[in-house]
Design a protein around this ligand. Structure first.
Ligand code: SF4
Length: 430
């Protein structure tokens, strides 16, 4: 996941540290060092994972011969991702703009959509929200003022390959360049995916990061991201989490992922058994729209929550996709019902070719005003801008201070009414 970052010093362009591999989780493993073996059950099909009627109709129509066993196998979902113009055109009625933009695409951030996630998208309407987030359009080729390939200057703060140390006590550890689906507004669009074989970090690069972490006792919090860490096999995740856990000053680990949303079949019983071994472990799930809140996602989040993993969401504010109070309120309420605390609402980062996704910052404040006080506080995320140039996250909120009347501070409530609070020695509102 591409949202969190951390503070440091040494400059090392991250892209040069990456190494190409072939496709996804099923990629040949020949240039990766072996990892510790677990006595876990092998990759089993989750027969009891729910399948919604829409998903069943979708795979019968577009993947004839596919049964529930394959559909519920996350490796099948990864292998069968829709990654070419030909496959897209077989499923979606592409607009001229989409067709031309996909045909023109080269380099990182290819189109990649799991069949499950495609089943949630509009097949004939190019303006359908989830489809807009995953099928390339011409807007990606127009670089607007202020946009940059690495707007958060993560490469600048990369201390060893894949490790971004920006904030004093925490780091961002990019463990893979592979995702199950590729979001067109991705902060790390410069890194993720690759048509000729996706980027992936090697174990020797992980070792460099682990050595750095062992030597830096000020680091107490490690966020695993990428790419999507849950595209790694259970064995690899277990090995990596175990090595991080063995560093005594690392107090807790977070994983940023979209897989439970875009490929919920990834949340197998075997995975939750692995994750449970490494508490305290927290997870940030990347949600965009209420359409993602399916039976399948409810099962995935329930399994993670039952494994004792605190779940928070991160959502990017996207123009004409989720940038209105009604959509966002529905999403936040749905997240709470799925045991996910709405955590961050992000202003979209100004990556190159993102102007068609970005709203004014005032839109985020309007949404917060619609949530605050009007619904439970748990449903209200933190709204922030990740400052271009590596300034880190800056929180924004509607200002409730209306002024001062002598010893009384004047505060505006959620209905816009003014109330006085006795504050004789205060300076606020003067
Ligand atoms: S899941 Fe989407 S936002 Fe996250 S790293 Fe992958 S492409 Fe970027």
């Amino acid at each position: 996941m591409a949202f969190e970052s951390a503070r440091g010093r040494i400059v090392r362009p991250l892209a040069r540290t990456l190494r190409q591999h072939s496709e996804g989780a099923a990629a040949p493993q020949s240039n990766r060092a072996p990892v510790a073996k677990l006595s876990l059950p092998g990759p089993k099909v989750e027969l009891r994972f729910p399948i919604s009627s829409d998903a069943r109709a979708f795979y019968r129509r577009f993947f004839p011969g596919t049964g529930p066993n394959e559909w519920n196998d996350w490796r099948w979902q990864m292998r069968t991702r829709i990654r070419s113009l030909e496959k897209l055109a077989r499923i979606f009625r592409l607009s001229e703009d989409e067709y031309a933009a996909v045909a023109r695409h080269k380099g990182s951030l290819p189109v990649g959509i799991t069949p499950y996630y495609a089943s949630l998208m509009g097949l004939t309407d190019a303006s359908e929200p989830l489809r807009r987030t995953h099928i390339t359009t011409g807007g990606e080729y127009a670089k607007a003022p202020g946009e940059d390939d690495d707007p958060l200057s993560e490469d600048h703060d990369t201390v060893v390959p894949g490790l971004v140390h920006r904030y004093p006590d925490r780091v961002l550890f990019l463990v893979t360049g592979t995702c199950s689906t590729y979001c067109r507004y991705c902060t790390r669009s410069r890194l993720v995916g690759n048509p000729g074989g996706e980027y992936q970090f090697s174990k020797s690069q992980w070792e460099q990061a682990l050595d750095y972490l062992a030597a830096h006792t000020e680091v107490r919090d490690v966020l695993l991201s990428g790419g999507d860490p849950l595209t790694l096999s259970d064995d690899k995740l277990d090995w990596l989490l175990g090595r991080l856990r063995a560093i005594r000053h690392i107090e807790f680990i977070r994983i940023g992922t979209k897989m439970p949303v875009a490929t919920p079949q990834r949340v197998t019983r075997a995975l939750t058994r692995v994750l449970k071994k490494h508490h305290p472990l927290w997870m940030s799930l990347h949600f965009t729209h209420p359409k993602e809140l399916t039976r399948e996602v409810a099962e995935a989040t329930a399994r993670l929550a039952d494994a004792g993993i605190p779940l928070g969401s991160q959502t990017v504010l996207l123009k004409d996709i989720n940038d209105n109070p009604a959509t966002m309120t529905t999403l936040m309420h749905g997240l709470l019902k799925n045991r996910v605390k709405p955590y961050y609402l992000y202003q979209c980062d100004p990556i190159s070719g993102s102007a068609h996704f970005r709203t004014g910052v005032d839109k985020g404040l309007e949404i917060l005003r619609a949530l605050r006080g009007h619904t439970t506080g748990y449903a209200t995320p933190i709204f922030c801008v990740d400052a271009p140039g590596g300034g880190g996250k800056i929180q924004l909120a509607p200002d409730p201070v209306a002024g001062r009347d002598g010893d009384y501070l004047l505060l505006k409530n959620f209905e816009g009414k003014i109330f006085q609070y006795p504050d004789p020695n205060g300076a606020l509102g003067r």
